[in-house]
Design a protein around this ligand. Structure first.
Ligand SMILES: [Zn+2]
Length: 88
């Protein structure tokens, strides 16, 4: 993947890498703990202001992604929404 950047995982705080996609609106994370998930930059801002339990729940959801799917975390109507998707 091109332009991989290092950032501590916004969900669990472990070392992670991300790649910006979708006109730099989405970060494709690869975390050693949460595995792979997608976080929109707007959702990330909201997440940073959220409680630890919210982030822990999302971390668990990402880690428990069904085979062949990954967690997509985005902002929907101002709230964080997390869904499993196969669409890249
Ligand atoms: Zn993580």
């Amino acid at each position: 993947m091109p332009n991989l950047q290092n950032q501590n995982c916004p969900l669990c705080g472990q070392k992670a890498k991300f790649n910006l996609n979708n006109f730099e609106q989405d970060k494709y994370f690869d975390c050693s703990y949460c595995t792979q998930y997608v976080l929109s930059t707007m959702a990330e801002e909201k997440l940073n202001a959220s409680s630890v339990s919210v982030r822990e729940d999302l971390s668990k959801m990402a880690k428990d992604s069904p085979e062949g799917q990954f967690l997509l975390i985005r902002l929907e109507a101002g709230e964080i929404e997390a869904i499993y998707t196969t669409r890249i």
